[in-house]
Design a binder for this molecule. Structure first.
Ligand code: GRF
Length: 188
């Protein structure tokens, strides 16, 4: 099974995946971001499918199609989203249905969306966490594979809480990916 990681942010989750010994065949990014350098350190050339348009005219289907073309070019079977900043559309989920994983910084179904950490704080939640799930067309709604709780402290701000959640994600996500790949190997 050839795994690709999709990233846009600091790449710390991607780094945790490779550091845990998961074989990453390709890294795909939608913008210039530190994940490119981490890929380089792992002897990989990150594939840039640049998202040039962040406005209302963004052609999500065309972009998703371009991502699929790039992944096919790398012979990718399974995709792990690791802080990828673009919501992908039908062409992507048609191509990789049931084979896309994501980690989200809340205990889904609570606090889906881009501001999960901020929303948990604003709601006065005392416990949040992270969720690894199968990603589907509906954002943050796919089948849950694993979750871990993180306590919210009185002095937390968005950055401190997100970093403590990421500490947990960096362990839970690679382990869940390993199990998912192992199960896929035995069933295909
Ligand atoms: C993680 O918290 C992940 O759940 C979310 O984006 C963050 C990525 O972190 N989807 P990083 O950019 O890899 O540090």
């Amino acid at each position: 099974m050839r795994l690709a990681v999709l990233a846009s942010g600091t790449g710390s989750i991607y780094k945790a995946i490779t550091d845990a010994g998961v074989d990453v065949a390709a890294v795909l990014v939608d913008r210039d971001c530190p994940a490119i350098d981490i890929a380089h350190e792992n002897d990989l050339q990150a594939v840039l499918v640049e998202r040039a348009d962040f406005g209302t005219k963004f052609d999500r289907d065309q972009y998703s199609h371009d991502v699929v073309t790039a992944l096919r070019h790398e012979d990718i079977d399974v995709v792990a989203m690791a802080g990828f900043g673009t919501i992908l559309g039908d062409p992507f989920f048609d191509a990789y249905e049931g084979r896309v994983l994501n980690t989200h910084p809340s205990l889904l179904p609570s606090f889906p969306g881009w501001h999960a950490v901020r929303d948990a704080l604003q709601h006065g939640a005392r416990i949040t966490g992270c969720t690894v799930h199968v990603a589907t067309l509906e954002v943050d709604a796919g089948p849950i594979l694993a979750q871990a709780a993180v306590e919210i402290r009185d002095d937390d701000d968005e950055a401190s809480l997100h970093e403590r959640i990421k500490l947990v994600e960096r362990d839970l996500y690679p382990n869940t990916i390993k199990k998912f790949l192992a199960e896929l190997e035995t069933t295909t």
